[in-house]
Design a protein. Sequence first.
Length: 428
Amino acid sequence: MNTDRFLVVRTKDLSHFLISKEPPECISYEPTNSFFLGLGIENSTAPVEQDVKSIAECVSRTVLPRSNVSVKVTSSNAMACVASQIAKEFKRQASQVRHDGIFMFYYAGAVVQISEDRYSLVSSDFDSGDHSTFITAETLVSWLKDIQSEAKEVLMIFSCQFADKIASAFYKNLLQSINISAIALPVANAQTTILSPLKCSTCNYFLCQAINTNFASSGIFQLKRIYDKTVTCCGAFSELIVTYDPVLKCLNRQICEPTLAATRKPQYISRILEGDEVDGGRVPGNLSFLAKHFTRGATGPSNASFLHHYVDVWLQSAENLETGPLAVLRHVNALSEEVISAVVCVLMSSLASIQVAFEPASAGSTNLVIIAFMRVSATVTSVCPEANVGAEHFKLSCQCYSEVLSACGLDTKSVRGLCDKVCQETNI
């Protein structure tokens, strides 16, 4: 296989890849002669239905006529997602594509390894002992050949584990016969905690945004720019994710040792820690709802208020105005309100993971949660000053923070109690 034809980007600290043949700058095509098939097979680790429907909506709004878009998800009709029906629908959609059209196939769901270098999409009737239920890259290629595809370009998008392996197999089979661009989106379980802000998985959201913002006009698909922005955003966002494995008792990445004798803290946080009263001007107005719940003069793990020094070191790298992941997202105009909410959630989730890894006894302290949220707010607003981080963000991020503690067998009662109080007081 000629690897010079590949463009491969590993998303930092994730085990998955974004992989594609060096995509063309743009593809000219006839929308009415182009078709899309989105396939979602529900599983326990990915927001399949939301992903398939969001990409289908995006495509029908920008790329193709809505009548040319087909979606099949197990949650709506499991029988439509058995291997034989998938083959039928795939061929039906692909066979309608004319020589000046494109065929787009999107898959979200599970994948299983069936041999050393073969992987299969998991249909609703998948049976490891029945080869007729296997849907490998070779299978998809054979379906295209069966209908003698006329497509000017085939775009395959995989949002699943082993997506890079499937994409690679496509190049082996189609490189000489059909123009194809295969994009493998990285899927990380840590990202499923932020579905509320984005309403779909992180990488799927960024792909949709890239299509929306880089779609020049009907009949011109700016594939290279869409691909590049998706890669950039997914890579930057993945750098914000830190997870803790309660079984292995370790983080998924190494946090650098602090190089400063004292880590920086926003002045209003320092005042709270020193016991100053919180009144006019002491904290940003949108955080005063939280500062009043800080308990001064109390001692013990349940009232701890000091974040582990590794947290500050990690947040300082996240808020670097030149090379930090938030700066990268801002540079490519990706910090929408939804993304800012997702960033706050994942920063709180990651912060909880770091705290649990080094000081689990204090992780459930309400004081610590208050300081953590203020610190996260300071990080986000340092890069995006117009971000209005407030009570709604606190509610969402408390849910993420609690999920980390719960997964590690730690008590979340105090955190949930604080969240309930804030919600009642702010009417959210």
